[in-house]
Structure formats: structure tokens, C-alpha cells
Design a protein around this ligand. Structure first.
Ligand SMILES: NC(=O)c1ccc[n+]([C@@H]2O[C@H](COP(=O)([O-])OP(=O)(O)OC[C@H]3O[C@@H](n4cnc5c(N)ncnc54)[C@H](O)[C@@H]3O)[C@@H](O)[C@H]2O)c1
Length: 274
């Protein structure tokens, strides 16, 4: 009998909870949750109780979690994802990174360190469609990548870049371009948009060449991401209208499903898609 994949989850918020439940329900034979870690212990303890009836899965530090896991899933924060990835890789474990924004400028080091330790690093597509085709197109020449994100003005509440410009979000009646520039700046000014711009940059032509436009759109309720890629292989256009996660309106439901699908791919014998 082959060993089940032991999964440690770092960050027990909206994504961590949904993932842990999916592992215990949908991958019962192939995988199990081996440890849970959150800076807020109550969160990991609560999740552990829900999964197992007691708190034994909740651990008090990252090192213990890594020791108990074959695969670590990071769904904590962009501030910590690079540090978490380095520690996991140093121990020769595999990692799935959800806070993609935190590793965007470290892709080279990530590959070097992972190769040295024979670790695998998984970065799911998250909340956008088209990463499969962007990856394929990048084998040839890509001339241009543009990401256009549309969100309800209220979704930008609390964003410093918007506050600094004294925009009254509640009063926006027509579509208003809040930002137009390269991904490298977009992820700095719009941390809530960080993961989509990051994964697109990593799959394509990098954060210094990927263009991003962010539009406050009073008519929309969902977070809408459009990608336009002009490449040697042709033009690729995708549009994703995301339903928001019921427990965290900053997170798209598709991002959670994308992580579960990545896990399914890790466990499967047949890989579908690029
Ligand atoms: N790749 C994507 O498309 C995508 C989409 C949505 C969200 N995300 C990212 O995934 C992450 C989780 O999202 P969420 O909606 O579950 O957020 P959340 O706020 O609901 O949960 C995050 C949890 O992580 C914990 N945490 C933060 N820093 C930690 C650390 N260093 N160590 C341990 N625990 C820590 C917090 O206490 C919290 O419980 C965020 O960084 C978010 O930006 C990625």
C-alpha cells in the first residue's frame, strides 16, 4: 500500500479552511491533513476540531508543521510566503504557494533552491483563466501581455494608492481607470490584486513587461479579470468573472478551486492541460 501524502497547511483562513475540508472529503485515500499552523492559534485549533474532533493537528510553529508534512500549502500572506517557501525547501519538502505576490521577484532563487533540495514548488493559476495558454505561448515569442481588472469601486476601500488620490469611491458613477502601468508597480499599489498580476507575470514575460490596468466599475459586483496576449502563436483573450469567497470577499472562489485542482493534479497519474 503506498503512503498517503501528508499535507501541512500554513494559514487557516478562508483558503486554508476550504482546502483542509477538500483534502479530508475528496482525497481521503490519497492524502491527509497532517498539521495546521496559523499565527492565530485559535484558528488552527478550531479547524483541527472541525476536521478531527480535537486540536491535535494544530501546531505552534512552522518548523513542527514542516517536519510533519510531505507537502506544505502556504495560504497565509504575501508578506510571509517567500520566507515560508525557503524554510520548506531547505527541509526538502514540496510547497504549494497561494500568496504568489510574495515570491514574484524571487523566481530564480526559488528554482535554484528547489532544484538543490529536490523540492517541487507549485503555483496554482488562482483566480484567472488562460495561464495554460500563456505558458505555452511563452515557449515561443510573446510581444505583449495586458491584464485588465474591473472591480466594484467599494472593493478598493482602504487601498492606500486610492486614499492618497482623495477619490470618493462611493461617488464613482462611470468606469474610472485607477491604475495603468506595469505589474511590478501594480502589485505594490494594489496588494489585493497582487496574486493575479503575479501569476500572469511569472507564466509570461515577467512583472517588468506585463501591463496592468485597474478599473473601478460601478456596474460590476464580481471581480473581473481580462487577459490579452499578443504572441507569435496568435492572440489569446480570456475573461474571468469571479464569484467571491463566502468567508472572505477579497478572495475569489475560483482561487480555492484552483488550489484543489492543483492538488488533484499532484495526486493524479494523468495531467490534463499545459
Ligand atoms: N493565488 C491566488 O489567486 C490567490 C487568490 C486569493 C488569495 N490568495 C492569497 O492567499 C492567502 C490566503 O488567503 P485567504 O483568503 O485564506 O486569507 P485569510 O485572511 O482568510 O487567511 C489568512 C490566514 O493566514 C494567517 N497568517 C498570516 N500570516 C501568517 C504566517 N506568517 N504564518 C501563519 N499564519 C499566517 C492569518 O492569521 C489568517 O488566519 C493570501 O495571501 C491571499 O492574498 C491567493
Amino acid at each position: 500500500v503506498s503512503k498517503v501524502l501528508e499535507i501541512g497547511i500554513v494559514g487557516c483562513g478562508a483558503i486554508g479552511n476550504s482546502l483542509a475540508e477538500a483534502v479530508s472529503k475528496d482525497f481521503l485515500r490519497e492524502a491527509k491533513v497532517s498539521a495546521l499552523y496559523d499565527l492565530d492559534y485559535a484558528r488552527s485549533a478550531n479547524l483541527s476540531r472541525r476536521l478531527s474532533g480535537n486540536t491535535h493537528l494544530a501546531v505552534h510553529n512552522l518548523e513542527t508543521l514542516i517536519n510533519k508534512s510531505d507537502l506544505v500549502i502556504e495560504c497565509a500572506s504575501a508578506k510571509s510566503s517567500w520566507e515560508i517557501a525557503q524554510k520548506v525547501i531547505a527541509c526538502g519538502r514540496d510547497i504549494m504557494i497561494m500568496s504568489t505576490g510574495g515570491v514574484t521577484s524571487h523566481l530564480k532563487e526559488l528554482s535554484v533552491q528547489a532544484a538543490k533540495r529536490k523540492s517541487k514548488v507549485y503555483i496554482p493559476s488562482g483566480a484567472i483563466a488562460g495561464i495554460d495558454a500563456v505558458k505555452a505561448a511563452s515557449i515561443g515569442k510573446i510581444k505583449k501581455v495586458i491584464l485588465t481588472t474591473r472591480k466594484n469601486p467599494l472593493a478598493f476601500e482602504g487601498v492606500k494608492y486610492v486614499k492618497d488620490r482623495n477619490l470618493n469611491l462611493a461617488k464613482i458613477r462611470k468606469d474610472k481607470i485607477l491604475f495603468s502601468g506595469f505589474a511590478i508597480q501594480a502589485v505594490k499599489y494594489f496588494p489585493q490584486n497582487i496574486n493575479v498580476a503575479s501569476v500572469l507575470s511569472l507564466a509570461g514575460i515577467g512583472p517588468r513587461k506585463t501591463l496592468v490596468q485597474i478599473i473601478a466599475c460601478p456596474k460590476v459586483k464580481r471581480n473581473i479579470h481580462e487577459i490579452r496576449v499578443e504572441s507569435e502563436a496568435g492572440t489569446i483573450i480570456t475573461r474571468t468573472e469571479n464569484v467571491l469567497h463566502p468567508k472572505n470577499p477579497k478572495t475569489s472562489f475560483l482561487a480555492v478551486l484552483s488550489a484543489i485542482a492543483t492538488l488533484k493534479q499532484i495526486l493524479a497519474s494523468v495531467e490534463i492541460g499545459t
